[in-house]
Ligand binder design. Structure first.
Ligand SMILES: *Cc1c(COP(=O)(O)O)cnc(C)c1O
Length: 374
């Protein structure tokens, strides 16, 4: 069994996919071909944003926004303690300081109360200037943007939505990649909308910001390609990846619906035995991951081993909090808030196979294996 079945997806999409890739090969327009602009238009419309700027990967997307906002040394950027490393790595890469915030036990997303304490703590300490908050749409569920935006506004912070895992999710009619002052997504193959390599994009409604981000992404170009007006990056999505994403985007809504059915089946079968993921009222999760919580690390590891013995893959997202990452252990200033919930989740979480091609038979087999292991 596959954890995320990209082979089956390719088999289903093969005729359109091979034609789309073949067309790029025939054209030899490998960088900045017309498919890139077409994709950007379609993605912006999907997310309900004025602009989409594609780039080389989801990590670059975060860095490009921070650079466009002028974030650097002396700035504090608030990041959930329970996320993928890149959510904070981008902050360190521009010379700013990540400040880690605890998460909510039921949604896995940034806890607004902890964010407020962290901002107030940094202000009271002095030294760093609070500038940005990066809520993450973890596992496909949008963060609590109403609460987070209110806190950010009160303290003069910008909000950068890290929707690397969130594409396809929504909340009260607003799509992921449409929250905050700017948003980013990753097209890493295993994300809800993935390409066949690395890829990413940035979303914004601001004319000036869109122009600035595009400049940073292409060597700091000015209006003339050989007039470089700032030090930028080489961060583009290539034409082959754009062509692949156009095919995947056309199939995306159907895939999200199929993934939703698989997740609902898991919840129905497992909710009385383990803690199943909660999608609050008004929210829709695109199920980048389906994560259950066990009693403790021992029970979690027992269930994972039992599933593995039956050929069922599982993953632990995430085994350690950000502040416990080796790269950060000794290099960060003392953090202003603790994250007991994030610590607890690292011991208890287990992600089950989830994807649009998980049949009801396979989902039942996985759920029954979990129940048997308990
Ligand atoms: C995957 C991921 C990223 C980085 O995306 P890449 O395309 O792999 O660079 C950033 N943030 C989160 C939460 C992610 O899951």
């Amino acid at each position: 069994m596959e954890f995320r079945d990209l082979k089956q997806q390719y088999t289903v999409l093969k005729p359109q996919m091979d034609a789309a890739i073949g067309a790029v090969l025939e054209s030899t327009h490998f960088i900045s071909g017309p498919q890139v602009g077409q994709l950007e238009e379609k993605l912006a419309a999907y997310a309900g944003r004025k602009y989409c700027i594609t780039c080389a990967n989801g990590t670059d997307a975060l860095v490009l926004v921070l650079r466009a906002w002028g974030i650097g040394p002396g700035d504090a950027v608030f990041v959930p303690d329970f996320t993928f490393f890149a959510s904070a790595e981008c902050v360190s890469n521009v010379g700013a300081t990540p400040v880690f915030v605890d998460v909510d036990e039921t949604t896995f997303n940034m806890d607004p109360a902890s964010l407020r304490l962290a901002i107030e703590g940094v202000k009271a300490q002095g030294g760093l200037t609070p500038r940005v908050v990066i809520p993450v749409d973890l596992f496909g569920l949008p963060a609590d943007y109403d609460a987070i935006a209110a806190i950010a506004r009160a303290h003069g912070l910008l909000v950068l939505e890290d929707a690397a895992q969130g594409f396809g999710g929504h909340c009260n009619g607003k799509m992921a990649c449409g929250f905050g002052d700017a948003s980013t997504v990753s097209f890493f193959p295993a994300k809800p909308l993935g390409c066949y390599g690395d890829g990413g994009a940035i979303f914004t409604d601001s004319d000036e910001e869109a122009a600035l981000i595009r400049s940073f992404a292409v060597h700091g170009k000015g209006t003339d390609k050989y007039d470089n007006v700032r030090i930028g990056y080489n961060s583009r999505l290539d034409t082959v990846q754009a062509a692949i994403l156009l095919v995947k985007l056309a199939a995306f809504d159907e895939e999200v619906a199929a993934t939703y059915r698989a997740a609902s089946q898991y919840t129905a079968l497992l909710k009385d035995a383990v803690k199943t993921p909660v999608v609050p009222k008004g929210y829709f999760c695109s199920w980048a991951q389906y994560t259950i919580q066990l009693k403790d690390a021992a029970q979690r590891d027992k269930v994972a081993a039992a599933l593995k013995a039956q050929g069922i893959p599982t993953n632990i997202y995430y085994p350690r909090t950000m502040r416990r990452q080796t790269a950060y252990k000794d290099s960060l200033p003392a953090q202003v808030v603790h994250s007991p919930t994030a610590e607890k989740l690292c011991e208890r979480v287990l992600a089950l196979p989830i994807h649009p091609y998980l049949t009801p038979e396979l989902a039942a087999m996985v759920a029954n294996a979990v129940l048997a292991a308990l």
